[in-house]
Design a protein around this ligand. Structure first.
Ligand code: DHE
Length: 520
């Protein structure tokens, strides 16, 4: 090599080293910044490692359906129907772009949460032989309410006749979805957003067991025979079957299409007349029906393809192909139809026996089908759904799936409730300037007959009726909140009970009888 060539090589090497060091320190500075930004603005809700907490996990595999441009809009403007606030006035466009790039960066390692980890998390808190088979208190066990108090992560067991609290006890952090009762109402099961499942014995007022079924969970369902609990997860992409007696894990079902694509689970429900769980998926256009009977019926014939007998696998998955992803869904009273929508509002009706979509449904705004209810109107069954984007209740004829009425309210609502013995349906306004209002709709005329404003300025939301439908309980969603009991006929206030941000309340009878006026 000549001196000239040597000089040129040295010069090039120096340049490369300089460029490399600049880019490395630049990247390092940015990583430092974005981590601080994330810590200050996102980690409280989405978890320190982006694995989810009160808000969902922020990882590329869970953001597949959200383009970066749309993600920037979400961070800037907030996301309708969620607790995601707008950061447009707090952060610069560059900071938002940096954060969005960060959440689309894969984690170096996602913690495993399979059978081994789930089993290791299992806790027996009170052994069954130490618990009494008789309730320790006097009350109509069918007319109890469990009230979830999100404010300080507690739950209150409430007597539905006297409206006196029986017991207030701590829960896991950030419960979400309705707690679910076992068959005779003795046990109630809770799911937290960070995957903890807890079983509480109402007779003994004590927890029985706990297990962490996922890192970021959606909800749980209890089989109608009381033998199994199924947990729907966002992270990992799994459905988990637990023994309902002990909460020990029995099976982890990976949620994938078999072609390399996995999916978050939108939610899972029990379809009692079918002896199955029904789950909708967010990232794969399929609905899954998972049998829990010892002998699955003929429609579960998937196993034939594998040559395995159905009996060798009690949780056979039946895949039903549908026309798109389902972000929200509703099951009709006899569990023959699933009505599902994506966030855009485009919907479909799936015949669960035939195993295919049989109708389409275009609903305005963003219907909240998991909070929809049904009743009889002029000889037809109608479905009414609140809307989390518009101040609107949409009433649909369930025979021909046509919209028969759009009822305007003061703003987007989250929950809708009624009871077989009440002529009224109640709907809240969760967002906007009228968030303190609740509308009472006459189910016979489909007109609003009263607007309640229990505490001006404070969000009032989520109603549940007593067993006989005589009273309606409403939440004031505030740290300094309350449950307000109304006479369901006169619509007059009867009692106020102070509570810490009471989110939902769940009546044993209405849930176990699958009242058409409430969620199941
Ligand atoms: Fe919920 C139930 C999905 C945000 C409070 N919510 C449900 C269910 C689903 C669902 C699928 C039914 C499960 C069940 O009961 O077993 N919720 C979603 C979302 O996709 C959404 C929009 C975004 C998200 O953050 O996951 C969402 N939900 C919220 C909230 O922001 C609320 C208001 C406060 C919170 O707790 O995070 C909220 N959701 C609730 C409540 C129920 C619920 C209180 C039970 C209602 C019932 O009466 O059954």
């Amino acid at each position: 090599m000549t001196i000239k060539n040597l000089n040129r090589s040295l010069f090039t090497a120096l340049w490369l080293a300089l460029l490399l060091s600049l880019s490395v320190s630049g990247v390092a500075a940015e990583v430092m910044d974005v981590k601080a930004l994330y810590k200050d603005h996102c980690s409280e809700c989405h978890g320190h490692e982006r694995l989810g907490a009160m808000g969902p996990a922020l990882l590329p595999q869970n953001l597949k359906r959200l383009r970066r441009k749309a993600a920037i809009k979400v961070v800037t403007d907030g996301r309708p129907s969620t607790q995601m606030p707008a950061f447009g006035k707090k952060l610069t466009a560059n900071q938002i772009q940096t954060l969005v790039d960060f959440v689309y960066t894969p984690l170096t390692e996602i913690p495993n949460w399979g059978m081994r980890e789930i089993s290791a998390s299992h806790l027996t808190l009170n052994a069954p032989e130490t618990l009494s088979d008789k309730p320790l208190f006097e009350a109509d066990m069918d007319n109890l309410f469990v009230v979830v108090e999100l404010g300080d992560h507690h739950a209150t067991l409430l007597n539905g006749d006297t409206f006196e609290p029986i017991k207030r006890f701590p829960t896991r952090f950030a419960l979400h979805g309705g707690p679910k009762y076992g068959p005779n109402g003795r046990y109630v099961y809770f799911a937290s957003r960070d995957g903890w499942i807890s079983k509480f014995d109402i007779y003994n007022l004590k927890y029985v067991a706990e297990v962490r079924a996922g890192i970021n969970a959606r909800n749980l369902a209890v089989s109608a025979d009381g033998r199994y609990v199924m947990v729907a997860n966002y992270l990992p992409h799994t459905l988990v079957v637990l023994d309902a007696a002990t909460l020990e894990p029995l099976k982890v079902i990976p949620v994938s299409d078999g072609k390399g694509n996995s999916s978050r689970v939108t939610a899972v429900y029990t379809a009692a007349p079918r002896n199955s769980f029904i789950a909708a998926l967010k990232d794969i256009p399929e609905v899954w029906e998972i049998n829990y009977a010892d002998t699955p019926p003929a429609r579960f014939n998937e196993h034939k393809k594998t040559g395995k007998s159905a009996e060798s696998d009690p949780f056979v998955v039946r895949r039903i192909k549908v026309n798109g992803y389902l972000d929200d869904f509703f099951l009709n009273q006899d569990y023959t139809r699933l009505v599902g929508t994506s966030r855009s509002g485009s919907g479909q009706v799936v015949d669960l026996d035939r195993g295919s979509a049989v109708d389409t449904l275009t609903l305005p705004g963003m219907p909240h089908l998991s909070a929809a209810i049904t009743w009889q109107y002029k000889g037809h069954t109608v479905l009414a759904t609140p809307n989390i984007k518009e101040g609107l209740v949409t009433v649909i004829d369930m025979q021909n799936w046509k919209i028969i009425k759009r009822i305007k309210t003061g703003g987007p609502g989250f929950f809708m409730r009624s009871h077989e013995n009440s002529p009224y349906a109640w709907v809240d306004t969760f967002f906007g300037p009228n968030k303190d209002r609740v509308y009472v709709i006459d189910k016979r005329s489909l007109e609003i007959v009263k607007t309640l404003r229990p505490i001006p300025g404070k969000t009032s939301a989520h109603v549940e009726f007593t067993k006989d439908g005589s009273h309606a309980l409403l939440s004031i969603w505030d740290m300094d909140g309350a449950i307000i009991v109304y006479d369901a006929k006169t619509l007059e206030e009867v009692k106020r009970l102070p509570m810490s941000k009471p989110s939902g309340k769940y009546n044993v009878h209405n849930k176990l009888t699958r009242s058409s006026g409430t969620s199941h």
